[in-house]
Design a protein around this ligand. Structure first.
Ligand code: ZN
Length: 164
């Protein structure tokens, strides 16, 4: 008997993420399923919350509001920087992600929005910020996490992290 989904479990799902305009933003269907550690913010909060208590074999539609997904769109996170601040060997394109540091030195992702002349518009808004997320989910597996996985805050093994 597989456990129901709860914090501290490694969960395997297949999912399809559709936006309100009908476009498919992301999906695992047809590829490798997603393996994640439940309760460790490996996935967006609204999806994690609504999967809690669900069982292996269940198929469900999960609607996640923007503020429980990739966040509301915050124009204050958009900024323009000189192209010269980027390494010269990089072909800057909209949608590219970079890691930067905030004032407290924490790692923070930013995305390129547009390149105009010698200026690059970057944003701390995730490309899916402000969007309602419509997930079709199939729960493939659920098992208790190992001590090491809990310490690391992510799943190991097939489909998980392979960094060690
Ligand atoms: Zn690890």
């Amino acid at each position: 008997m597989k456990p129901a989904i709860a914090d501290g479990h490694v969960v395997t799902i297949h999912y399809k993420l559709t936006l309100d305009d009908g476009s498919i933003a992301d999906q695992s269907v047809g590829g490798e399923p997603l393996v994640y550690l439940h309760g460790s913010q490996n996935i967006v909060p609204g999806l994690e919350r609504q999967l809690t208590g669900k069982k292996v074999g269940e198929k469900l539609d999960v609607v996640v509001a923007a503020n429980e997904g990739y966040g509301d769109y915050d124009p204050a996170k958009d900024t323009s920087v000189p192209k010269a601040q980027f390494p010269p060997n990089i072909d800057l394109e909209p949608g590219m992600a970079f890691q930067t540091r905030d004032r407290l030195g924490r790692s923070m992702p930013v995305w390129v929005q547009a390149v105009k002349g010698d200026q690059v518009t970057i944003t701390g808004n995730h490309p899916l910020a402000g969007q309602r997320l419509n997930f079709a989910v199939e729960i493939v597996d659920c098992r208790r996490a190992t001590h090491e996985e809990k310490q690391h805050g992510h799943a190991h093994g097939p489909g998980g992290h392979h960094h060690h």
